[in-house]
Design a protein around this ligand. Structure first.
Ligand SMILES: [Zn+2]
Length: 346
């Protein structure tokens, strides 16, 4: 098969489109003919190298995969048939520890992500365990690019807003940095839950697109860097109930200052850097909650996908590239100019 691989960590041009052996199909595995694979920021971090993550080279990126079943292992049940359209749950865990038993697989010590800890979907074919294969329902009108854009971001945003921050009708939710796919998913989920949503971006164009997706208010944090003061004005000096911030050091303090008393800040990442200063007076006096969240459980992915398949939540695809041009897609994602997902087609 063809795959886009890297033999060493580094900048986007370490990505090479080349021949790679076809994956083997274990007895309880399914071979998927990859139709689309969506990029995540995770791909950039893995390509550059994550301390403590020792990969067998060459590595294949790609966590968000849609495709068609090409072959099933001998112990796979008849529920899965050749030709069936599927997406792949990117999470893998031990299945037997305390956290897995509780259905909190992303807390498992052995939790791993296809495309990060295991070879992923920047390839013609991928072989995955049956439990990671989710059929696309017949009634879904999503194409392969939209389907590939769904799992990781919607699962991540769902866990942040629903089980973690517990968004309710009438809540005010502030989403920092609209344009990234997790932020776009969070906007749609918060709106569906009945919240009023304020988004920030450095781009008027992205704010406009966010309004088209239902955002109630937008703040341009380039022209208005003290965005927390604008949040204060927009909420009648109350502050918001929930902030979704995966930017980190660049926005942390202002995000905390945007919260009302008893408000919740939920984070799933730190794209501008992870080491922040926190004024604890603010945290205890206003009784704030700081919530960390990573990926989601198998059941949370299934919960949010029900809304994706029925069209209540819509994966947003920005651009599609051939797999051989993965480098160009990485360049674009690093510049952060996209609104929604960048997708590769093998
Ligand atoms: Zn486990």
């Amino acid at each position: 098969m063809k795959a886009t691989v890297f033999h060493e960590h580094g900048p986007p041009d370490v990505l090479k489109y080349e021949d790679f052996p076809d994956p083997e199909v274990g007895s309880n595995q399914i071979l998927v003919d990859v139709k689309s694979v969506a990029l995540n920021h995770l791909d950039l971090f893995v390509r550059k190298g994550i301390p403590g993550l020792n990969l067998e080279m060459p590595h294949i990126l790609g966590s968000d995969i849609s495709g068609v079943i090409k072959e099933t292992g001998r112990d796979v049940t008849e529920e899965f048939q050749t030709g069936q359209k599927v997406i792949i749950d990117p999470g893998r865990s031990c299945g037997i520890c305390e956290y897995c038993i509780r259905g909190q697989e992303s807390l498992c010590a052995d939790y791993g992500i296809i495309g990060e800890h295991y070879r992923g979907g920047y390839a013609d074919l991928i072989s995955v365990d049956t439990q990671n294969v989710l059929p696309i329902p017949e009634h879904s009108t999503l194409d392969f690019n939209q389907a590939a854009a769904a799992p990781l971001t919607f699962m991540t945003a769902w866990r942040m807003l629903m089980p973690k921050a517990n968004v309710k009708p009438g809540d005010d939710v502030l989403i920092i940095g609209i344009g990234g796919a997790v932020a776009i998913a969070a906007l749609q989920i918060a709106k569906l839950a009945g919240a009023r949503v304020i988004v920030t971006s450095s781009s008027e164009e992205k704010l406009e697109k966010a309004r088209d997706l239902g955002a109630d208010l937008g703040i341009n944090h380039r022209t208005n860097p003290e965005f927390h003061k604008e949040v204060w004005n927009l909420t009648n000096r109350r502050g918001v109930d929930i902030v979704v911030d995966s930017v980190g050091v660049a926005t942390w303090e202002k995000s905390l200052r945007s919260l009302t008393k008893g408000g919740r800040l939920v984070t799933c990442g730190a794209t501008s850097g992870p080491t922040v200063t926190t004024n604890l007076n603010l945290v205890f006096w206003k009784q704030l909650e700081i919530l960390g969240s990573t990926m989601g459980s198998r059941s949370e992915l299934r919960d949010v996908l029900k809304l994706v398949w029925t069209g209540k939540l819509k994966p947003v695809v920005d651009q599609v590239f051939p797999l051989s041009k993965a480098k160009d897609a990485h360049d674009l994602l690093e510049r952060g100019e996209q609104f929604g997902k960048l997708v590769l087609n093998p």
